[in-house]
Design a protein around this ligand. Structure first.
Ligand code: UTP
Length: 408
């Protein structure tokens, strides 16, 4: 793209400030900037004008879960089926580690956080430790796909190398890099990061399968015979990965996908709830539900919309391939976005200062014909590290780790 072409593209959208420093740049820097402008999806900015990116929800209905008691009763059967599948490498794990963890405010990739107290224990290390439980049970490595972003790929891969993959077999670890999207100020102006670089951030965790495919990993999946992918977040230290009982339950129930859920701590808990929307499984955010729905109960007094998701899903690969080309909704998310100000200084804001555009893995659930809602014990499987202090923080996660007998 030439300077003139870039100017025309930007002027149409009121984004010509991206070229303010152009004259100061050397030839290589100019090229970098023009390439970024060329690749820029300005269509995303129209979503801001619409006020919100959230689409209207359809008709909601409750979706029960396979409860802890029900799972307990069939545990051995489920485990047997799950282990058999895992022994044949039919299940791969996908670690979503492309996020920026802005709420936590940790400078490095979140997985590099030391969650130990009396010893070094990194978040990545603990996740590998969790997956090793399954490797020990089955005697086979679980193929592990790790999604990073342009911003943290080098650090993440370097860390795994430095730590010798925490004892995991590196032949079964596959990194891939997700896509980026521009970040904008509240008035819709795209931020700059450097004089020759537009501010971009990872475009959400919804594009994980496309990014995996674009990285050429579908061949690997086929070669290994992987038929299911267990997608999970980097920041839940108690995450059970490729859990044979979960896998077995989804398989035995003939479902195309499964989601681990926890019973809500109280009706107003701010979690996405797995339910039905227009007859299909769907995850509906707490702010998308009316008070009436939130508080509705069955005849035994149990909440009808009771099960919150914990970002641990199992998807069938052939179904993922089919829906790959369908668009997921784009969410506009308020974040703290570091940027370069008009004096050319780099600013790291303390407060929210703009929007990022993200697609979310939870929206993939609505593309599935069915989804097994699989209840787990919150205190045993859910210790997310989202915030620096308080709820869902390193502190609360450490407490739960200790309760679960993990030496920290
Ligand atoms: P979060 O929704 O907590 O987002 O991600 P985040 O970016 O990590 O953190 P905040 O909101 O800025 O504080 C849930 C999971 O999805 C991954 C994260 O790494 C985490 O495992 N994720 C998120 C991606 O892989 N890519 C993204 O673009 C966003």
């Amino acid at each position: 793209m030439t300077f003139e072409e870039a100017k025309i593209k930007l002027e149409g959208e009121g984004q010509e400030h991206l070229l303010s420093w152009y004259e100061e740049l050397n030839a290589e820097e100019k090229e970098t900037l023009l390439r970024q402008i060329d690749e820029l999806d300005l269509g995303l900015l129209n979503l801001l004008g619409e006020g919100t990116s959230e689409t209207e929800k359809g008709v909601l209905a409750p979706l029960g879960a396979l409860t802890i008691e029900e799972i307990q009763a069939k545990k051995d059967d489920f485990a047997k089926t799950g282990i058999a599948a895992l022994k044949k490498h039919k299940v791969g794990a996908v670690l979503l580690a492309g996020g920026q963890g802005t709420r936590l405010g940790f400078d490095k990739p979140k997985g590099m956080l030391n969650v130990g107290v009396h010893r070094e224990l990194y978040l990545f290390e603990q996740l590998i430790c969790n997956i090793m439980d399954v490797v020990e049970q089955t005697g086979e490595w679980v193929p592990l796909f790790i999604m990073t972003s342009e911003k943290n790929n080098e650090d993440t891969v370097g860390f795994f190398e430095e730590k010798n993959y925490f004892g995991y077999n590196k032949e079964f670890v596959f990194f891939f890099v997700q896509k980026m999207a521009p970040s904008v100020s509240y008035d819709g102006k795209i931020y700059m990061e450097e004089k020759n670089r537009i501010s971009t951030s990872p475009n959400g965790n919804g594009g994980w399968f496309i990014s995996l495919a674009n990285a050429g990993l579908l061949d690997t999946i086929e070669k290994l015979g992987v038929e299911w992918l267990n997608v999970f977040a980097v920041d839940n230290v108690l995450q059970k990965i490729a859990d044979p009982i979960f896998v077995g339950a989804v398989l035995e129930n003939d479902c195309v996908c499964g989601a681990k859920v926890v019973a809500k701590a109280d009706p107003n808990e701010r979690v996405g709830v797995l339910c039905l929307e227009d007859g299909k499984p769907s995850i509906v955010e707490y702010y998308e539900m009316t008070d009436e729905i939130i508080h509705s109960r069955d005849k035994d007094g149990k909440l009808l919309y009771n099960y919150g998701v914990i970002l641990n899903y199992l998807f069938r690969v052939d179904v993922l391939k089919k829906i790959m080309s369908e668009n997921l909704p784009t969410h506009i998310v308020e974040k703290k976005i570091p940027y370069m100000n008009e004096n050319g200084e780099y600013v790291k804001p303390q407060e929210l200062n703009g929007y990022k555009f993200e697609t979310l893995v939870l929206d993939m659930i609505h593309m599935m014909d069915n989804c097994l809602s699989f209840e787990v014990v919150r205190e045993k499987e859910f210790a997310p590290i989202k915030n620096a202090t308080g709820v869902d923080s390193l502190e609360s996660a450490r407490e739960l780790m200790t309760k679960n007998g993990i030496e920290i």
